[in-house]
Design a protein around this ligand. Structure first.
Ligand code: RTP
Ligand code: MG
Length: 147
């Protein structure tokens, strides 16, 4: 089954949005298979955002994502990678549609509340960076029959 890596960024944690964000994915019908509050080291941040290392905002991005705890999660379900990105909304919260997480809770592109993997390949890579195999829980939910 498809899995994606989702992370409440430091601004989302500070603003008490962990519960709200978890609730959106739960109620949509996805299954939480891993989750933890953690601090990101500079090394992990640079690796995670490696694709942006030559961008002018890279330094700011790394310093922001390491500025406080994040809530890292793995969610599972049909089409979860793309659907999670749609639920998050556009990268710039000022362009994100109302009803999306960034559209409802963000203002600045540098503090946009949430991260989500953008492809199958990124999802695999990011899940591996943030979670050990035994931190991901295989279990059945009877409600799955109704989604
Ligand atoms: P993310 O990786 O965090 O889920 O965000 P994304 O896919 O929507 O956007 P991406 O292009 O991967 O950019 C990563 C993060 O870099 C910050 N950013 N700042 N100042 C800028 O112009 C700028 N552009 C991007 C954002 O915080 C974005 O989430
Ligand atoms: Mg991205």
């Amino acid at each position: 089954m498809e899995r994606t890596f989702i992370m409440v960024k430091p601004d989302g944690v500070q603003r008490n949005l962990i519960g709200e964000i978890v609730q959106r994915f739960e109620q949509k019908g996805y299954k939480l298979v891993g989750g933890k509050l953690m601090s990101i080291s500079k090394e992990l941040a640079e690796e995670h955002y490696g694709e942006h290392k030559d961008k002018p905002f890279f330094g700011e991005l790394v310093s922001f994502i390491t500025s406080g705890p994040v809530f890292a999660m793995v969610w599972e379900g049909e089409g979860v990678i793309l659907t999670a990105r749609q639920m998050m909304g556009a990268t710039n919260p000022q362009e994100a549609a109302p009803g999306t997480i960034r559209g409802d809770y963000g203002v600045q592109v540098g503090m946009n509340v949430i991260h989500g993997s953008d492809s199958e390949e990124s999802a695999k890579r990011e899940i591996g960076l943030f979670f050990k195999e035994d931190e991901l829980i295989d279990y059945n939910k009877t409600i799955s029959e109704w989604i």
